[in-house]
Design a protein around this ligand. Sequence first.
Ligand code: S3P
Length: 439
Amino acid sequence: MKQRWEVTPASRVSGELRVPGDKSISHRSLMLGGVAQGITEVQGFLASADCLATLDALRAMGIRIERPGETQVRIHGAGLHGLQPPQAPLDMGNAGTAIRLFMGLLSGQSFASTLTGDESLRRRPMERVANPLRLMGAQIDTQDGTPPVRITQARDLQGIDYVLPMASAQVKSAILLAGLYAKGATRVTEPAPTRDHTERMLAGFGLLVQRDGARVTLAATGARTLRGTSLQVPGDISSAAFFLVAGCLAASPRLTLRGVGLNPTRTGIISILQLMGARLRIVPVADAGPEPIADIEIEASPLRGIDIPEELVPLAIDELPVVFIAAACAEGVTRVTGAGELRVKESDRLAVMAEGLAALHIRHELLPDGIAIEGIGSKGRLPGGRIDSHGDHRIAMSFAVASLRADAPIHIEDVANVATSFPGFDAAARAVGLSLVAR
Ligand code: S3P
């Protein structure tokens, strides 16, 4: 039977929490460490199903990776040309970042490989990555645009000057990783800023990466050798987001989140909640390294509905499901547009969130590229109900937060995939005051 949660109403959250490491940064640390020269030590690694899929794939290509502790990883890099041909298709599970970034990395190899994944991943679009890689000279086949993805032995790749048709850090990163193997410079121009972890990390491994407005360039000249390094992975703001909203709804006297990554390309959730009236205090952690880190204190705050500025959408793309819960509890209407990318995430997050909001009797209007949600206000209550997460981790965790304003239990179905990004969410939620039981 599918795993589910019963979340009974709770009225308050408090205390301190350290959320697990950042998923995007954990994937990248493994991949870059694997093709670096020498050892890369990673602290704060996210040992979730998604990142372990990346780890297993690298091991299947001959990379030695030690796990001295749950969140520590030691990667014995084999150099840019040191990966070995895998003996079987590489299974990325639920991980969109893993499959797309590997498409870039494996396009440059002198062997063929096949990338596949679970049922959800096998529905997701891969041509957005395959197209620019083909322009660089890669040989890639998809199945009607979706996985399995077959990469045939590369001829020499050429650099590219590519304008992304959508704001996607995964596509940008795949192109940059292929660029490591290309002749000439590789340039990517973004329609809007997206997470820049790949750029920061490539620089941390000693490569020259330039940013000029919306354009990022992996230089034509200079060494392409990545040097093994030490990395501290910050807490994942995408995981912190559930507790930021929980705190806005019910923190008393306060909830403190420790060691959260606050890279400015990821902080859309903070800006959105502040526009809605959230009382947050941000205390930067000194000497954090290339990725800024802070502690965040939250107090319960009456929220108001807003029109979410479209430029914040890519900066909060994974946090929008829980923003919809904040909107459902706010005074007035919250409207988000320009968020069509939500339809091609682990689920169609616009449709699946709308279905869940309907189950909790929240009035809303689904738009082609967004949603308008009429909140119940700070005195309103939710009735409880049954939510189908459709196997989407972030949908499941978002509706758990709604229990802070509910009068009756919320039953959330199909929650096993929470382990793809936030293993231990249930215990963390209970530790700060949510009343969540796994069934
Ligand atoms: C990610 C980029 C985003 C995000 C995903 C992680 C990354 O996807 O939704 O969870 O690590 O680069 P898109 O690039 O498809 O927007």
